[in-house]
Design a protein around this ligand. Structure first.
Ligand code: UD1
Length: 335
């Protein structure tokens, strides 16, 4: 199987490329390093001892993309090339919609032209907006996203449903990620947010390392056991493995549009995360209680039963491993 991976040098893309190579797939990566570094490619080779093809280009560049399809016999496409910063998306909606939606359209159009119809899409739990119920199942209501990043995911889901409706020879998997954290156990690749991190785990890690002074806990008056926000944190390697299972499903069964939650099914609060991190690493995480962050919800965790039953996938790594691997990465990379 030759798999085209857009954004393959990014956080989730790179971990997925490792799992693809380890399970014997041929991999072609496209990345423009707009939110990743070229060294990641060397790290992937070092970890897997395997080779892959690489094109440095914007995935929305139609001419360059056609060349990739001409030069390779691609069977399926995994799309990780989206912009993902919620705050930035509010400030730059046009850039977000252009990259995420127009980019996806160029990619899908090119796939159609070359008769490639297996597509795995990186969606997000954010498409559920304010959760209809907890735990979230795939049939819960979607919509009510609070920022262009989330809305771009929602729109692309709709686009994919429309494409499948028009031509059911497509095989599409929409994967709704909960909160990916952690890093590869080698410590050679991990999450590398630009500037000050917005997400919880990268922030905790940088407080523990002394790079940032203290964590602001955004609200302690939510209707949750300790008042702080509850989320479904999932180890990025488990998440990566979910993609392999989804691809296998598309190869075996095909002709369908499938939607899966990729989460652990367990919710942890912000303070649970701080405590787990301190216990695992022996480092102190200074924090203060701050006002709620706009757009945040109290509780969000998955019911991952569908992925278990239909893909044979379950998240295997626990919170301790998530903390350990996040910490290991930051230490190895040297701030
Ligand atoms: C956010 C995005 C979501 C995206 C996901 C990617 C929003 C509203 N949602 O999810 O669309 O798919 O990242 O991983 O931004 N927290 C603090 N202090 C911090 C950072 C976070 O207390 O400095 C709290 C938040 O209030 C929340 C929890 O930690 O309760 C997790 O936050 P975060 O890691 O940003 O993820 P989400 O907001 O769940």
């Amino acid at each position: 199987m030759a798999v085209l991976v857009t954004g393959g040098a990014g956080y989730i893309g790179s971990h997925t490329v490792i799992e693809l190579l380890n399970s014997g797939n041929e991999v072609i990566i496209i990345d423009d390093f707009s939110n990743s570094k070229p060294e990641v490619l060397g790290a992937i080779q070092e970890i897997t001892g395997k080779d892959f093809k690489f094109y440095e280009m914007d995935y929305a560049n139609k001419e360059a993309l056609k060349k990739v399809f001409e030069e390779n016999k691609i069977d399926s496409v995994l799309n990780f090339a989206g912009f993902k910063s919620v705050g930035e998306s509010v400030k730059k909606p046009i850039a977000y919609y252009k990259n995420n939606i127009s980019g996806a359209l160029v990619l899908l159009e090119t796939m159609q032209e070359y008769g490639v119809k297996k597509f795995v899409f990186s969606s997000s739990a954010t498409v559920y907006g304010e959760p209809e119920r907890i735990p979230l199942t795939e049939d819960c209501r979607t919509g009510g996203t609070t920022n262009p990043y989330g809305t771009s995911k929602l729109f692309i889901e709709q686009i994919l449903k429309d494409i499948y409706q028009s031509d059911n020879s497509w095989d599409i998997a929409i994967l709704r990620y909960f909160n990916p954290v952690g890093a590869h156990e080698s410590g050679l690749i991990g999450e590398e947010p630009q500037g000050i991190p917005n997400n919880l785990m990268p922030y905790i890690v940088r407080v523990a390392s002394g790079e940032l002074k203290e964590l602001s806990v955004f609200g302690n008056d939510y209707d949750t056991p300790d008042g702080t926000g509850v989320r479904d944190y999932i180890h990025v390697v488990d998440l990566a493995k979910g993609h392999i299972k989804a691809l296998e499903k598309l190869e075996k069964e095909g002709n369908g549009l499938y939607i899966y939650n990729l989460g652990t099914g367990t919710g942890y609060s912000v303070l649970d995360m701080v405590k787990a991190f301190e216990e695992t690493t022996g480092r102190k995480v200074a924090y203060k209680i701050a006002p709620r962050r706009s757009g945040d919800i109290a509780t969000c965790y998955s019911d991952p039963t569908k992925a278990k039953e239909e893909l044979g996938w379950v998240a295997e790594k626990n919170l301790k491993q998530m903390c350990e691997d996040s910490w290991n990465y930051i230490n190895k990379r040297g701030k």
